[in-house]
Design a protein around this ligand. Structure first.
Ligand SMILES: C[S@@+](CC[C@H](N)C(=O)[O-])C[C@H]1O[C@@H](n2cnc3c(N)ncnc32)[C@H](O)[C@@H]1O
Length: 279
């Protein structure tokens, strides 16, 4: 079943969190000249038009990137915002970069991007988006199968973003299985796992399984725009980052209170920053 379309949600508060973390990880990888790989298991369309019918219907971006646009944001957000601004050179917010477009903007000629997307409409868009970029390989394959087949990467450096739609309950189990298979093949890579805050028990399940797996160095980053309430749908989102760059914890210590202040929708808004498993 492939009913999820990210075009309804692009640029919302969850994208702001995910993409600002992604940008910080990529920025850290550029600290060395050696090439690295960016591997995106669930890529989406690559770029979104915030004036199209899908984005207009939900208006989710208004309470996401819309609240940061034109603000004097902390320097820590500059790599992410620079990539959004590059798509909107006249200063009007219209286009929003999905994770692959953001990665393409923040990587160098020597780096490589591996993208997978299954949706029959989003896959061709993604192909078109990167038709001119020789660094990018796109497969219409299951993201976890492709990940398994691609690891370890020849560069031995890089980041894997795992950002499933979570349409089905089983996807939390698939996430854990997929990431553990990845770590088994490539233990030193950075893995950034995105999750929505809808049912807290689903997040607890992932945490328990990761903690029990023996994998070390897992940083949990969560932004709640209001208190947990499954009846209201997604009230926040988070990232579990395995092998995060060493500066990410202190960067998020600075960034999360700012994001709560800008994106919070009620007094129950808040954040969590903790090691699920330390060194
Ligand atoms: C949350 S969206 C991705 C958004 C994107 N990562 C971003 O940040 O811009 C999830 C995507 O996964 C795709 N998808 C669903 N199941 C998949 C699978 N098994 N393998 C690869 N892609 C899949 C969906 O079609 C959807 O476009």
């Amino acid at each position: 079943m492939l009913s999820y379309r990210h075009s309804y949600h692009a640029g919302n508060h969850a994208d702001v969190l995910k993409h600002s973390v992604q940008a910080l990880i990529l920025d850290a990888l550029k600290g060395k000249d050696k090439p690295f790989v960016y591997h995106d298991t669930h890529s989406g369309a690559g770029r979104y038009d915030l004036k199209d019918a899908h984005a207009e219907k939900t208006g989710e971006y208004v309470d996401g990137i819309g609240r940061l646009w034109g603000q004097d944001c902390p320097e820590i957000l500059h790599p992410y915002l620079k990539a959004v601004k590059a798509l909107n050179p006249n200063g009007n917010l219209r286009y929003y970069p999905g994770s692959p477009r953001l990665a393409a903007a923040l990587t160098r000629p020597q780096d490589r991007l591996m993208l997978t997307e299954l949706h029959p409409s989003d896959h061709p868009r993604l192909v078109q988006e990167f038709a001119q970029d020789k660094r990018v390989r796109i497969a219409r394959e299951d993201g976890y199968q492709c990940l398994k087949a691609s690891l370890p990467p020849k560069e031995r450096r890089g980041v894997v973003l795992i950002d499933p739609p979570y349409e089905l309950k089983g996807e939390y189990g698939d996430l854990v299985k997929g990431v553990l298979e990845g770590v088994k093949r490539w233990a030193t890579g950075t893995y950034a796992l995105w999750y929505p805050v809808v049912y807290r028990q689903d997040i607890d399940f992932v945490e328990r399984r990761l903690k029990a797996s023996g994998v070390r160095k897992i940083l949990k980053i969560e932004l709640r725009v209001t208190g947990d309430n499954a009846e209201r749908g997604m009230t926040g989102s988070g990232m579990m980052v395995i092998n995060p760059p060493w500066k990410l914890e202190s960067q998020m210590t600075e960034l999360l209170p700012y994001l709560v202040a800008q994106l919070g929708q009620s007094p129950q808004a808040g954040f969590t920053l903790e090691w699920l498993v330390a060194e």
